[in-house]
Design a binder for this molecule. Structure first.
Ligand SMILES: [Cu+2]
Length: 338
């Protein structure tokens, strides 16, 4: 658990991180402990503890095809792609290839010295018009369903403003009062690594994807991302969530995720935005709600509605004092809701 203490210390003094990681390297054991803590949903009281990325979860791992999906929309979209679009593509390609082969052999010049003069065949013309229309309808219906689901976001529990910059991301939690600047972590042997600066360890994630500040969001909650840019067009993308949204200066684009499984999920800027476009990764850490609340507190933020609840509790006490039972009940309800 050494590195956990080191990480906790780093939150109090960010500059201490490099020094701490030099002496206490994360080990496989501590990574396993973290993973177990996540799997069993054990609540860690008090301090926020950064999660260690797991192999093949939210990380490109060399497998072919789409990354495993961790949102409902992503699963729906991946199913549509793998089990329907891909199947249609293969069937159509094989059918067209077979037709080509058949025409090449059956109607070759050597076997047909006298060429056919056929110019119309009503039946075949009807077929080659109607069949493609049916194929397009078979694609359009599930496709429109998917788009509809993507753009009908449930009410947001947490809102994060994502701002692209050349070449890093800034994240703002307007309801929590948390602002972050997120840069890619450099390798330890990188000659451009500043003296004493924090460098990447395996607990942060893979090279070129690990960042110093992750977007931390609560598991099982709807998180709305408001995506914009401070300079040129970037794109905020997290493949395991089926999320990709352009970050356009002067515009705010909206997307959302709801991830039930705690973990660390990596993405990257996906719009060519200049010289260091390849060095502005995204890391999203999904944690149980108590851990999210602890993280907000560790960043100097506060939970929306906390002050409100306190006010409601006060008015409840006032109402009881005044012997107003109905008012007390009302205030109590409001406090519970808040
Ligand atoms: Cu970019």
């Amino acid at each position: 658990m050494g590195w956990v203490i080191a990480a906790a210390a780093a939150f109090m003094a960010p500059n201490a991180m490099a020094a701490a990681t030099e002496t206490v390297e994360p080990t496989a054991d501590t990574a396993a402990e973290t993973a177990v803590a996540v799997d069993t949903g054990t609540e860690i009281e008090g301090a926020y503890m950064p999660l260690t990325p797991e192999p093949a979860v939210g990380i490109p791992d060399g497998r072919m095809g789409l990354q495993d999906q961790y949102t409902d929309i992503g699963q729906q979209a991946a199913d549509f792609h793998n089990n329907w679009l891909l199947v249609l593509c293969v069937v159509i390609s094989i059918f067209v290839l077979a037709l080509l082969g058949y025409a090449m052999i059956r109607f070759r010049r050597s076997a047909n010295p006298e060429p056919s003069r056929t110019s119309h065949n009503t039946m075949i013309e009807v077929i080659w018009t109607v069949v493609p229309v049916l194929i397009l309808v078979a694609i359009a219906v599930p496709s429109i369903k998917l788009i509809n689901a993507q753009y009908n976001a449930p009410p947001a529990d947490v809102t994060v403003k994502v701002i692209g910059n050349q070449w890093y991301w800034t994240y703002e939690y307007p309801d929590h009062g948390v602002d972050l600047v997120s840069n890619m972590l450099k390798e330890q042997d990188d000659p451009t690594l500043a003296e004493g600066a924090r460098y990447r360890t395996d607990a942060d994630g893979p090279a070129l994807l690990a960042v110093d500040e992750r977007i931390v969001i609560p598991a099982g909650k709807t998180v709305k991302f408001l995506v914009t840019s401070a300079d040129v067009i970037h794109a905020f993308a997290v493949p395991a969530f089926w999320t990709k949204m352009d970050a356009v200066p002067g515009r705010i684009n909206e997307t959302w995720v709801k991830v039930d499984r705690p973990g660390v999920y990596f993405g990257m800027c996906s719009e060519l935005c200049g010289a260091r476009h390849g060095y502005m990764p995204v890391a999203v850490e999904v944690v149980p709600e108590e851990q999210f609340n602890a993280w907000v507190a560790s960043k100097g933020g506060s939970l929306p509605g906390v002050e409100l609840a306190a006010e409601d509790a006060e008015s409840e006490a006032d109402a009881i004092e005044a012997g107003d039972e109905a008012g007390a009940e009302e205030a109590a309800e409001a406090a519970v809701e808040a």
